[in-house]
Design a protein around this ligand. Structure first.
Ligand code: ARG
Length: 287
């Protein structure tokens, strides 16, 4: 086999190693859109709960196929957004910081998730400040990236720093369509407590000060297109090699392949009607 000049010029693709993940999910048994707390939601549009369940099942099956340990919390009637488990809290070292939701429609989810954490052996911390869990908090290397602007209050970032004794970097979101941090940033490689980590993000979702921080800290980050972000393509979940993404995010898929990741597309179109995707349905349990 001969080697072409083009091949010689191609930078080598890193070899990636998947890490086994433990996650919490909630079946969308009661999913529907009956209120509007983000621009994606329109109560006038019909939703198909059976289809939402079937699509969610595909995500669940994908995680099982990847060898993840998937825990389930019982869905509660009247809490249609409970399927977005990422908002149920934030967990590092078995310590679960509970969620305190912005909107009254989701507030009962906070105690429901805390009860699950308590019953499953986690050290639960009752939140004093408004925060929407892993929807706005992302662990990368030795720091926690924390979103604010629409949902989690910046006071929760200080609470987070106190609980976990780690640096917390505040990032301000400015586009209502990307109201949670996990709609604007994807953690592709979570690094180690000593540092590292790789992300993908959508620059236009952030204010200038936050962008400056992201550019400095992650100079080689993947910058996704507006098109891919507009279907919540960034709302993905990675184990360091396999990255479960929205199947329609074809540009992002290509970018991931070029970096040595293994993108796996799933279609959660029904759950997109509530303003959520892959990551929103996934809460990482770090023990
Ligand atoms: N309808 C939900 C809300 O607006 C969607 C939450 C999406 N979750 C996420 N982690 N981005 O609160």
């Amino acid at each position: 086999m001969s080697t072409t000049l083009d091949e010689l010029a191609t930078p080598s693709v890193p070899v990636r190693t998947p890490l086994k993940r433990t996650v919490l999910m909630c079946k969308p048994t009661h999913f529907t859109v009956v209120y509007r707390i983000n621009p994606w939601m329109d109560p006038a549009l019909p939703t198909d709960t059976a289809l939402a369940v079937a699509q969610w099942q595909t995500l669940y099956d994908t995680y099982i196929g990847l060898g993840y340990d998937v825990h389930l919390i019982d869905p509660i009637a009247g809490l249609p957004d409970m399927v977005y488990a990422a908002n149920g809290g934030f967990v590092i070292d078995n310590v679960a910081y509970g969620a305190k939701f912005t909107h009254p429609e989701r507030q009962p989810e906070g105690p429901a998730y805390m009860e699950w954490f308590g019953a499953n052996g986690f050290d639960v911390r009752d939140p004093a400040e408004i925060n929407e869990g892993e929807g706005d908090f992302l662990l990368v290397g030795d720091v926690i990236l924390a979103g604010t602007g629409f949902r989690s209050a910046s006071d929760s970032h200080a609470e987070l720093a106190r609980i976990y004794n780690r640096p917390v970097i505040t990032l301000t979101l400015i586009n209502p369509s990307f109201y949670h941090l996990d709609t604007a940033i994807a953690v592709l490689d979570s690094g180690t407590p000593d540092g590292g980590g790789e992300i993908a993000y959508l620059p236009s979702a952030f204010d200038e000060a936050s962008l400056a921080v992201l550019r400095e800290r992650f100079p080689t980050a993947i910058i996704v297109s507006e098109t891919d972000a507009a279907i919540l393509g960034l709302n993905s979940y990675s184990d360091g090699y396999n990255v479960v993404i929205a199947s329609r995010a074809v540009g992002f898929e290509q970018q991931l392949r070029e970096r040595g990741f293994n993108p796996i597309g799933v279609d959660l179109s029904e759950l997109l009607l509530g303003g959520g995707g892959v990551k929103c349905c996934t809460l990482e349990l770090r023990s």
